[in-house]
Design a protein around this ligand. Structure first.
Ligand SMILES: Cc1ncc(COP(=O)(O)O)c(C=O)c1O
Length: 367
């Protein structure tokens, strides 16, 4: 009998969590997830079980409005945990239905067009549940760095796919909780040290919507809808500001142009934060001859069909767009700004998260 040449996954979550690496241009690579936070939730739950912080059958609780809810529900299904989600008003029918069948208990907030109010209500509800059920474990995806762990294996995949000739690697990704970009950069940099610097230096570029406190753009509002999953109105403990070399802020319309261009030119159907990261990545890539640039695509385009892809005729020509590089946060302005962050600490408005809970913003669906 022939020995099998492939190993089957133990659970669907492992298959969904594994990203693809797609070369979209010379040394420009898309790290494409179907749903990014699955790797993070799986490793977080595994760690909590292994360290004895929780036991099988316990209830894991968090507030979310999209991809983290799904990720946590899958991780709970995988490890035999109960899952309680305080879902935003933006959790859509498809997700709600799937979560119900997966066995997650979802409480949804009443309809509200005010997403900050929706966020406040969810945090208040989490606190209320914890008062009644102190035995529940609150995952705190925005603050607990247990959510970094799952990205170690992804960093190894990325490293294996880029040349080990000492040339620089630029990682570009949207910053919501900060876990994905922060963790990938941390593990890639550690891997570089272990390789005796055969792997090149790692630069990290964070991508933000305007109006977000995370990197100090709260004074510039984007009149159009915000970019799902990235940016915040409150500080998050999982953002390691000092890890970022460069930050880009993009308007909704610039991100839309990126998403449409990525589908049109490279057949990658991904969300709005991906479009923003792709636009920023192309710009950074052109500035580092001989370097490799990897940009993160956290979700597929399905949630954005009406808000983004159906409006494809509104997209500009990406080649005509460029960021304005600014040297201080006071100069930030729509539609696209870029600043050398140079590993600076958090701006005053985004000091270390307080553990107050919360979530990134959402137009159609938050994380
Ligand atoms: C679509 C999308 N892009 C980017 C991010 C940012 O990821 P992170 O929370 O790891 O910073 C999120 C997080 O929810 C997201 O939903």
């Amino acid at each position: 009998m022939d020995t099998p040449t492939a190993v089957a996954d133990e659970h669907m979550a492992e298959a969904i969590g594994r990203p693809d690496l797609i070369r979209v241009d010379d040394r420009l690579i898309c790290l494409r997830f179907e749903t990014m936070k699955v790797v993070s939730a799986l490793a977080a739950v595994r760690h909590l079980l292994d360290s004895g912080a929780v036991r099988r059958g316990d209830t894991l609780l968090d507030s979310s409005s999209g991809i983290y809810a799904y990720a946590l529900a899958l991780a709970c299904h995988r490890y035999g945990m109960r899952c309680h989600i305080i879902g935003s008003t933006t959790v859509d029918h498809t997700l709600r239905t799937q979560l119900a069948v997966l066995g997650a208990h979802v409480e949804q907030m009443p309809p509200s067009s005010d997403l900050k109010l929706d966020q406040k209500r969810r945090v208040a509800r989490v606190r209320e549940i914890l008062r009644v059920h102190p035995e529940y474990h609150w995952m705190r995806q925005y603050h607990d760095d247990v959510h970094y762990l799952g990205y170690r294996a992804i960093a190894e995949r990325v490293r294996a796919a880029v040349p080990a000739d000492g040339s620089p690697l630029t990682l570009v990704g949207g910053v919501g909780s900060g876990a994905s970009t922060g963790a990938l950069a941390r593990y890639l940099r550690e891997g570089r040290e272990r390789s005796g610097n055969r792997a090149g230096p790692v630069r990290l570029t964070g991508v933000q919507p305007f109006g977000s406190v995370t990197f100090g753009s709260e004074h510039v509002a984007d009149p159009e809808i915000i970019i799902a999953g990235i940016g915040s109105s409150i500080p998050f403990g999982n953002v390691t500001h000092t890890a970022y070399d460069t930050v880009h802020w993009l308007s909704f319309h610039t991100a839309l142009t990126g998403s449409v261009d990525l589908l049109r030119r490279h057949a990658v159907f991904a969300g709005l934060s991906t479009g923003a990261s792709y636009a920023a990545a192309r710009w950074e890539h052109a500035r580092v001859p001989g370097g490799t640039t990897v940009f993160i695509a956290p979700d597929t385009g399905h949630r954005y069909v009406d808000t983004v892809f159906a409006r494809h005729q509104e997209a500009a020509d990406l080649d005509d767009l460029a960021p304005r590089t600014v040297s201080s946060l006071d100069e930030l302005a729509l539609p696209w700004a870029r600043m050398e962050w140079n590993g600076a600490p958090a701006p005053a408005s985004a000091g270390t998260g307080t553990g107050a809970g919360g979530s990134t913003w959402s137009a159609e669906g938050e994380p």
